[in-house]
Design a protein around this ligand. Structure first.
Ligand code: ACO
Length: 325
């Protein structure tokens, strides 16, 4: 009988320090009004000096494991999505592996910027479906504050730091197809011809330094609306579902206007769309699991409900995942 991945734990972590729009307006030519109107962002969390992506990831992972009632030693796969690893190598996932006391299986990073969590989820799901892993931690963790040009008001106001994690457990598919709980399908895309619309102007092979995030905001916006609508349609068609069947849309949190346009396209009332961008800003690969953890913890997402996740990021990359919670 086929295997599928069931979500058995969910956790999140945000650094303590909160930076409001008003605080940014003290150092930059910007305003709370401009940022809220264009993006929906009111504040963001920023990691403390010395607080690394692996620290955020480990906190979120521990919380997810706790909810799943598992110890790190019972996990045999960690897939960590990040564009801001602690070091160029080794993978940040291996540091998290050591901290959690996981000694079997493997741990590695995936890099698809803001789509990273969907890529990591798809990767772990495929490991489980193939029988190569039994219990996986899928983590999205970022310290984007470290790759922002804090003098560039066009980008630095948009991002924040954080981490979220899910625990997946391999379950036998009893043949109930879409009625069964777990991941139903994942859909990944990329278009390398769009490399330059959103990138970091440094790296080990190009400049030898870390670099700063650069973005053609309007073009990213245009592509996001278009590509996300496409991949959401693809997901619904693949599962023979209509938009009205979806209980929750958990989108990547990049811009409230992009999220609203997806909600409208699906005909979902705003209360069916999970929004964290006002408090978290864009946390890249962490944004979807942070939003999932929040909505699961406060009881909005209930067992058996259909949850549609989608994201787009640098590459360009985009993707979606559908789960029955
Ligand atoms: N405060 C005040 N004014 C600003 C700011 C700011 N923080 N940033 C830019 N401006 C100014 C610009 O300089 C420009 O001024 P000008 O007209 O005098 O030249 C004016 O505001 C308009 O700038 P635009 O860039 O045209 O503003 P736009 O309406 O496109 O909004 C934004 C910019 C918010 C970045 C928007 O394009 C956007 O959200 N794009 C998508 C970005 C995104 O989602 N990125 C992440 C997705 S992928 C990932 O998550 C990694």
């Amino acid at each position: 009988m086929a295997l599928r991945s069931q979500i058995i734990g969910c956790g999140a972590y945000l650094p303590e320090r909160v930076v409001t729009n008003a605080e940014l307006a003290e150092r930059l030519e910007t305003s709370d009004e401009w940022i809220v109107q264009r993006t929906g962002i009111r504040q963001r969390h920023v990691a403390a000096p010395g607080e690394l992506t692996s620290d955020l990831a480990s906190h979120a992972a521990r919380r997810a494991l706790e909810e799943a009632g598992l110890k790190g030693a019972e996990i045999d796969l960690i897939v960590l999505a990040t564009a801001t690893p602690d070091n160029t190598f080794p993978a940040t996932a291996t540091k998290v592996q050591a901290r959690l006391g996981m000694t079997q299986g493997c741990a590695f990073d995936v890099q698809a910027v803001c789509t990273g969590f969907i890529y990591a989820l798809a990767t772990a799901d495929n490991f489980i479906r193939c029988g190569q892993a039994r219990r996986a931690l899928v983590i999205g963790a970022e310290t984007f504050s470290r790759i922002l040009d804090w003098g560039d008001r066009g980008t630095c106001v948009l991002f924040g730091d954080g981490a979220g994690a899910l625990v997946l457990d391999a379950r036998r598919d009893e043949g109930g197809a879409a009625r069964e709980r777990g991941l139903l399908s994942t859909h990944l895309h990329s278009d390398g011809a769009q490399y330059d619309v959103l990138y970091v102007d440094g790296g080990p092979s190009s400049t030898g330094s870390c670099g700063f995030l650069r973005m053609q905001g309007k073009e990213v916006f245009r592509q996001a609306v278009h590509r996300l609508a496409e991949v959401v349609d693809e997901t619904l068609v693949a599962n023979r579902l209509a938009a009205k069947d979806i209980d929750w849309l958990v989108p990547h949190q990049a811009n409230l206007r992009i999220i609203d346009s997806m909600g409208r396209k699906l005909g979902l009332p705003p209360e069916k769309v999970v929004i964290t961008i006002d408090r978290h800003a864009n946390t890249s690969a962490a944004s979807v699991p942070l939003a999932l953890a929040e909505a699961a913890r406060d009881g909005r997402i209930k067992p058996g409900q259909l949850v549609l996740m989608e994201a787009m990021g640098g590459g360009l990359t985009w993707g979606a995942a559908l789960a029955r919670w």
